[in-house]
Design a protein around this ligand. Structure first.
Ligand code: DC
Length: 227
């Protein structure tokens, strides 16, 4: 592990909703002293802003206008980052089931993907980064040093999301969460542009019966092997 500390790798984690990507990426970032980038949050902020203004973000200048009107900023917060709109921290507002649905819907638009591709490549250009999403190993950083595809049973993923929402005073019915996750899986993996899929050289980890620590240990031992 010691040899890792001086190397600034680019690590990609992809996978479906609720597979544990954010928790694993955050813990891994803490252990390695890397920056964690949650790309889903970027799709979510576009969806939130577009829904708030009741417009469809289908060209780049609309997204530019949304970002400037709301004064959207991504600010570092520990190993992670938070999203500000007009200087207010709105990160918690971006995790509701409604924003999830619109983020998935609008993430199929070419203007949205194009806009975020530039931003994400810039954020990861110096390495020392763990970026998670749906297309990091396939499109954003196809040359990443390490790629993981984190998966879990649909029911287990829905249960985790359900508990997360409950803990944040945003209770939902488990059956609704299962239906939402299935719909999002289908939408994210069937879209034409940058669909959710495993990169050919990604390591698959099924987290259904694993603890967070076990997942991160598996990642660390793989990273250690390839460096
Ligand atoms: O990871 P998340 O659940 O916060 O992502 C929300 C939506 O954003 C997801 O359903 C699809 C989209 N997304 C994407 O298309 N590509 C990414 N790299 C990350 C998220």
């Amino acid at each position: 592990m010691l040899k890792l500390l001086n190397i600034k790798l680019t690590i990609a984690i992809d996978g479906p909703a609720g597979a544990g990507k954010s928790s694993a990426a955050k813990l891994l970032a803490q252990k390695l002293g890397y920056t964690y980038v949650d790309t889903g949050l970027m799709y979510r902020v576009i969806a939130w802003a577009a829904v708030t203004k009741a417009i469809i973000p289908d060209n780049k200048s609309i997204i530019d206008t949304l970002f400037s009107e709301f004064k959207i900023e991504f600010q570092a917060e520990g190993v992670s980052f938070k999203v500000l709109a007009q200087a207010e921290n709105i990160t918690h507002k971006l995790r509701t089931p409604d924003v999830s649905r619109y983020a998935s819907l609008y993430s199929g638009l070419p203007a949205v993907r194009d806009y975020l591709l530039g931003l994400q490549r810039k954020m990861g250009q110096s390495g020392g980064v763990i970026m998670e999403g749906r297309d990091i190993g396939t499109v954003i950083f196809p040359e990443a040093d390490c790629k993981f595809f984190l998966d879990a049973d649909t029911k287990e993923r829905a249960l985790r999301r359900h508990q997360e929402l409950k803990a944040k005073d945003n209770p939902t019915k488990l059956t609704d969460t299962i239906r939402d996750i299935q719909k999002r899986d289908a939408q994210d993996s069937r879209r034409k542009l940058a669909p959710l899929k495993k990169a050919a050289d990604a390591i698959v980890i099924d987290s259904t019966n694993l603890t967070l620590e076990q997942v991160v240990d598996m990642m660390l031992s793989h990273i250690d092997r390839v460096t």
